[in-house]
Structure formats: C-alpha cells, structure tokens
Design a protein around this ligand. Structure first.
Ligand SMILES: Nc1ncnc2c1ncn2[C@@H]1O[C@H](COP(=O)(O)OP(=O)(O)OP(=O)(O)O)[C@@H](O)[C@H]1O
Length: 422
C-alpha cells in the first residue's frame, strides 16, 4: 500500500528555493501539480516563461528533493509557465488568444488525484463541431473561444469519467483498438497530462516521438497500428523541460496540433478524470464530436458520472453515451456471473439522464493485466467475449460519429498553424 502523500512531497519541496529571492517554492505557490502514481511522482512547477532556461538548477534540485523522499522510485519535475499575458500565450502557442490564456493562477497548491489544476478558461462556450466542421456554427454559446481546427482529423471522441480509477484509460485503449479493427484510422491522445498512462498501456514505455519531415511537426509513436501521443513520452529524467512556455492546456493543445496525425477517422482522447478546469477547457477548445462517460456501478461514481455529463452538456458537446466498466465478474472456470457491485446502475442512470447506454464491460483480471502489461485484451484475445463487448460499443460509437460528421469522405487538408516544439 502506497504511503506517499501530497503533503510529504510538499514538505520535501520546501527545501527548494527560488534563486531570485531565496524563498522556498512551496511558500511562493510555484508547485502547481503533484501526481503520485504508486512510487512514481511527477511535479509541475509554474515559472515565468522568460525565466525557464535559467531555472534548470531549481528543477534539478526539486527532482533531487522528491527523489529523496522515502518510498519514491521515480521523480519527474517539469517546469511549466505560471503566468502569461494572453498575447504572449497566443504567440507561443501560435493560435488565437483563448479565454484560457490570460488567467491568474490563484492556487499555489498541488493535487494528487484530481488532476484538476489547469488554468480556468473563462467559462465561455464552445462551438462543438465535427472536426471537419460538419456540425458547425449553431452550437456556439457565448462565443470567445475558438475551437482548434483539426484539419485531417475527421472526428474527436473524448473518453471521460467523473472520478479517477474507473477504468477510463483502459476503456480508451480498448475502444481505440476496436475501432481500428473495424477499419477506421484511429489516433489516441492521452490528455491526462498529470498522470499519463497510455504509453504503458500500449506497451510504449520507452518510445519517443521523433521529428517529422513536416516542418514543426512531430511523428508520434505507434502501437498496434494506432498513433499515440502523450505527455508521458516527454516527461523523463533525460528530457525534462518539455513545455516551459505554454501552460497545461497550452501543452495539450500543442500535443494535439504539433503531432503529425495524418488522416484520421477518429482521434480518441483519454481525458483526465474529473470535471475540473482542464476538462472544461478541453471540451471548449477541442472540437469534440462526441463524449463517452465511463463509470463503475457504484452509486458514488455514478453521481460523478452525472457531473461529467452535465459538463459536456454545458458546452454543447454531444454525448454518445455511458459505459459501465467493471460491471460484473464472470468466473473464468465455471462461467458464473457475479455482480460484485450494484450492477446496472449506469444503465438506469443513462435512462434517467436521457443518454444512450453503450454497454457494460466486466471486471476481469485479463483486462487488467493486459492494460498494465501493455498488451490490451483486444490484441491478445480479439475474439473473446470481452473484446466482443468492446466491439459492440465501438460500433455504436462509429455510427454516432457518422451521424455527427457525415459518412466518411476524403479528409480535408490540415489547416494547423505552424508552431514549433521547444
Ligand atoms: N474491466 C476491468 N477489469 C479489470 N480491471 C480493470 C478494468 N478496467 C480497468 N481496470 C484496471 O483498473 C485500474 C484503473 O484503470 P485505468 O487506469 O484505466 O483507470 P482511469 O479511470 O483511467 O484511472 P485514472 O483516473 O488514474 O487515469 C487499472 O489497473 C486497470 O488495469
């Protein structure tokens, strides 16, 4: 059982000072995020982007401090920009200024599980469109936020959950693979910039993106025929300062836009858990074609799932439906089905909330081991019952995509602005 806490990490970081004034970085509110994943700790430190290059010592000191905490095996510290004027943010991200860029980062605190400390995005509405713009204009509420132009990406499907640990990433991976097996060109974006798990789940722990021959673009690693991008590919001890300019959301936008995705029928986005600012920002800035909510059968998770639904509704993102994960346990020997939790809750909730129920995925060791070992069950047991369950859901998603953006046509040429990764 992991005994590491946010408090222990913060305590260690108190010994790290900002060379500008000798004050400790915790006191100064520079610690913007702490993610504890077993014995692996990732810390985000907010700095003025101008000072980024001069603060490598500070970063290394912080990394040493965290590594020195009892129980920590891997410590990663990344510098990110704490404050930017909207003009500077727009320039550095090569995009029109968004409501998210001129925020004041009031919180000097950190997080461990909620992942919810991205800049607030000004609370403005999105224009939820198919990535090709097919369902365009009418969804706008409040204006102000311009969704990114995703060029040759035909649709974007976000996989969200009201709380962590419900199996959202596992579901994203298996649905992406299932969609690919159904003949779609699929990409997978790990939007959980604080606790990225897709590199591990796709067997790409040591993979790295490379520079693309297309100017300003990076070629993402691929696994099982799917292109994957994750901040997890960049955060490591050798190459630690990855996005000192843009803030959390800006980094995510860069990942999205700088990646040479090629032509995709669907980009599956594994959202960070919860319904905080980054999720809202994502839903506003990315032209999401549809959202899927993953929930476990427990009531509390369902309450959280409702929050997730409401968030997407608020920004007019079509909800493709609810999935109940770890729904039941089927004995691998005798086939007996055991409803470990209060089975069927998600189905009932979906009915009450007027959203489609997409299906249920059993609690199964094979699914867990597959995800944890980078060998997703869709690949290891493509014809098994669990893969069939994912396939049934994937077919509904493919149909919903077609409903939103129209049947497959030749994707449009990318209109991404040119930005460089620093
Ligand atoms: N259907 C399932 N059967 C068995 N184990 C599962 C199932 N779905 C997910 N798991 C396991 O549950 C754990 C949490 O899953 P996962 O990381 O996908 O959740 P998450 O909601 O993305 O979590 P986080 O909020 O931390 O990003 C993992 O160990 C995973 O292997």
């Amino acid at each position: 059982m992991n005994s590491l806490t946010r408090e222990t990490i913060l305590e260690a970081l108190k010994g790290v000072t900002d060379p500008a004034d000798g004050k400790d970085i915790v006191e100064k509110g520079m610690v913007q995020g702490i993610d504890i994943n077993g014995e692996n700790v990732t810390v985000m430190i907010g700095v003025d982007p101008e000072r980024g290059p001069a603060l490598e010592d500070l970063r290394q000191n912080a990394e040493r401090a965290v590594r020195g905490v009892n129980g920590v095996t891997t410590a990663r510290v990344a510098l990110t920009a704490e404050r930017q004027s909207s003009g500077a943010a727009a320039k550095s991200a090569g995009r029109a200024a968004s409501g998210g860029s001129g925020h004041s980062h009031s919180h000097g605190h950190s997080h461990s599980q909620s992942h919810g400390h991205a800049p607030a995005s000004g609370g403005q509405g999105a224009r939820p469109a198919g990535a090709a713009g097919a369902s365009g204009g009418p969804g706008a509420q409040g204006g102000g936020q311009r969704p990114l132009d995703l060029g040759a990406i035909r649709s974007v499907v976000t996989v969200a959950s009201g709380k962590g640990g419900v199996g959202k990433s596992t579901t994203s991976v298996n649905l992406a693979l299932s969609l690919a097996r159904q003949g779609l060109n699929v990409g997978l974006l790990d939007a959980d910039i604080y606790g990225p798990s897709l590199p591990r789940m796709m067997g790409l722990r040591t993979a790295k993106p490379t520079h693309s021959s297309k100017e300003g673009k990076i070629t993402p690693p691929s696994a099982f025929g799917i292109k994957i991008m994750s901040i997890g590919f960049m955060i490591d001890e050798e190459q630690p300062v990855i996005w000192r300019g843009p803030m959390a959301m800006g980094a995510l936008e860069q990942l999205l836009r700088d990646t040479d995705w090629g032509e995709l029928d669907v980009l599956v986005v594994d959202m960070p858990p919860g319904t905080g600012d980054i999720q809202l920002s994502m839903a506003q800035r990315v032209p999401v074609t549809g959202a899927i909510i993953v929930s476990t059968p427990q009531d509390v998770a369902l309450l959280d799932a409702r929050k997730g639904l409401n968030m997407f509704r608020k920004v007019n993102v079509p909800i493709f439906g609810l999935i109940e994960n770890m729904s039941y346990y089927q004995c691998p020997n005798c086939g007996h089905v055991d409803h470990v939790f209060d089975h069927g809750g998600a189905h009932k909730a979906a009915d009450e909330l007027g959203v489609p129920f997409l299906g249920e995925i059993p609690l199964d060791l094979k699914i867990r081991l597959g995800a944890d070992e980078g060998k997703p069950i869709i690949e290891t047991d493509p014809d098994g019952a669990h893969s069939q369950a994912y396939a049934t859901i994937a077919r509904q998603i493919a149909a919903s995509i077609d409903e939103q953006v129209g049947p497959r046509t030749k994707p449009k040429k990318s209109l991404f602005p040119k930005i460089s990764f620093r």
